[in-house]
Write a protein that binds this ligand. Sequence first.
Ligand code: NAG
Ligand code: NAG
Ligand code: NAG
Ligand code: NAG
Ligand code: NAG
Ligand code: NAG
Ligand code: NAG
Ligand code: NAG
Ligand code: NAG
Ligand code: CU
Length: 570
Amino acid sequence: MCLRNMSLILQLLGLILLLEFFGCNASAHYTFVIEKTPYTRLCSTKNILTVNRQFPGPPLFARKGETVIVDVINKANDNITIHWHGVRQPRSPWWDGPAYVTQCPIKPGSQFRYKVIFTTEEGTLWWHAHADWTRATVHGPIVIFPKVGSTYPFPKPYEEMPIVLGEWWKRDVAQVYRQLLRTGGDPNVSDAFTINGQPGDLYPCSKQGTFRLSVQEGKTYLLRIINAGMNDNLFFAIAQHKLTVVSVDARYTKPLTRDYIVIPPGQTIDALLVANQSPNHYYMAARAYSSGQGVIFDNTTTTAILQYSGHQYTPSSFPSFPYLPFYNDTASSVSFTGALRSLASKDHPAKVPLMVDTQLISTISVNTFPCRSINNSTCQGPNGTRFAASMNNITYRNPSVSILQAYYKDMIKVFGESFPNRPPLIYNFTGDFLPQQLQTPMRGTEVKLLDYNSTMEIVLQGTNLVAGEDHPMHLHGHSFYVVGWGFGNFDKNKDPLRYNLIDPPFQNTALVPKKGWIAIRFRADNPGVWFMHCHLERHLTWGMDTVLITKNGLSPRAQLVPPPADLPPC
Ligand SMILES: *[C@@H]1O[C@H](CO)[C@@H](O)[C@H](O)[C@H]1NC(C)=O
Ligand SMILES: *[C@@H]1O[C@H](CO)[C@@H](O)[C@H](O)[C@H]1NC(C)=O
Ligand SMILES: *[C@@H]1O[C@H](CO)[C@@H](O)[C@H](O)[C@H]1NC(C)=O
Ligand SMILES: *[C@@H]1O[C@H](CO)[C@@H](O)[C@H](O)[C@H]1NC(C)=O
Ligand SMILES: *[C@@H]1O[C@H](CO)[C@@H](O)[C@H](O)[C@H]1NC(C)=O
Ligand SMILES: *[C@@H]1O[C@H](CO)[C@@H](O)[C@H](O)[C@H]1NC(C)=O
Ligand SMILES: *[C@@H]1O[C@H](CO)[C@@H](O)[C@H](O)[C@H]1NC(C)=O
Ligand SMILES: *[C@@H]1O[C@H](CO)[C@@H](O)[C@H](O)[C@H]1NC(C)=O
Ligand SMILES: *[C@@H]1O[C@H](CO)[C@@H](O)[C@H](O)[C@H]1NC(C)=O
Ligand SMILES: [Cu+2]
């Protein structure tokens, strides 16, 4: 309600300051206080890291093109940073967030002011912590409305609702993270998935809190769905209702109507829901899409309830349950992701680079290192090894100061500039029986330099080392067109002939299918230091990461803005 009134006032007076005066969320200045807060889930209470004591955290509202200030005050005992996932932050990587890539962490007792600069984004994104595993509970939606005088390219929904999908551990997530680093094995899987912070009816002690979405018969609702989970891609569906996807990663798509969606960690999907079934209660549910053979995962199911209101009726005592594909159903996953298309209309054109200046091909692999244990205990990775992951056979290692600061000052060389353009070794990437010696990668901090305004194509080639599985690859600073994908090994002669250069989806996170590849294109027109990584948190931790540095252009408008004075020191 508040928001609707506020936008009306905005339209009438054009005054943003009024919003703060009225105590609404839609202000241009937010304060995020990071602190531990007790939350009770699954029959037990634990202290979790939160923003303003909320889980999920508070939504950020803006209109297209606005800049929002967020003061982050760290009152917890953990290092923290905040990343504005999918926000371009033009020439301003200082406020992008990934620890040791663009900034040193905000240490306990200190604070940092972020400038979140919206330009081309419109729709749903999200913010999350980007240091260690703190993002498990430190995250929330970003809602970017069209400019005043402009509207959605679809009929105005009656109401809008964020649907934040998350993952919950009974134990302290920091302990799960430390155990993973210590043992070299798989991290403990989560104990529950959540919908807007609640596990739902299928978990112990959870029925009371189950999230309920009240709808009126005949009305249309816009669900702003975010996968804020750590380690699992998810299938999501609502019993007896279809979802019409209208936007992915804050870019409009051609309407795509399906019974279920697939949403990997990092992705945001806006979908219209028409309350056109008989008045009753219906389950919405999410569970893992986990394609790796033998890869352990949280196989539980989270639910919320869609309940019709405004009528006299007796709801069935057992709401009907939606169809969700089986946990390893890759065909169902690609049947959804492969059908996404940019809207590509006059108002929302797709500007796909047709010519490519630089093509980079990178493998993305899960790997192992021999166990080099300090206290002679064996490592808990496969066959007593230590899990790792890599891009082009390099396991990314964080430097001790941020790459951006080192690059900007041109002083200490904490990184190398030789991330290879091609896999160092050509083998049958997706072969079923790969020699064991290919499994061990190199460690390094190698970046790839991109010329300003050059057009890039990056082919991300999944491999079958250790275990082939889907990887949701995310790029900061530049969203990209997914121009092609396929199973098996990328064929540089045949596959580009099948690219979609007309209306490919424009994303910041894209799922590379198991034992397959995707090709993405973008123009490197945003100078800065930009992290690229798998958004499965365990793979990020293991090193399936690299850094792209888009160089400055010639004009001052094509160069990095200077660093803020309050940038945290390491
Ligand atoms: C991980 O799971 C194992 C086995 O269930 C348990 O012993 C251990 O305490 C768990 N560790 C953490 C940090 O949750
Ligand atoms: C989930 O995993 C547990 C432990 O591995 C197993 O016992 C159970 O059968 C699985 N449940 C489903 C529904 O797959
Ligand atoms: C999916 O898992 C089932 C067992 O849980 C297995 O029988 C089946 O082969 C798997 N399918 C794929 C495509 O891996
Ligand atoms: C580890 O084992 C080796 C060989 O058995 C032994 O020489 C060494 O002292 C042990 N180290 C520790 C810390 O126990
Ligand atoms: C690569 O491995 C796959 C799966 O084992 C196999 O089907 C394919 O023929 C292999 N390709 C080549 C070029 O050897
Ligand atoms: C990765 O590099 C290591 C160390 O040079 C090498 O042993 C291994 O075979 C390489 N693997 C691949 C897949 O390139
Ligand atoms: C980038 O390159 C394109 C194509 O060559 C050109 O049209 C555009 O003006 C360039 N932009 C900038 C900011 O240099
Ligand atoms: C573990 O060792 C066995 C036997 O040597 C081998 O078949 C298997 O591929 C190994 N697994 C991994 C992940 O290295
Ligand atoms: C927090 O960050 C500082 C600065 O990089 C670092 O020295 C310290 O070890 C970090 N603390 C933890 C608990 O990671
Ligand atoms: Cu991954």
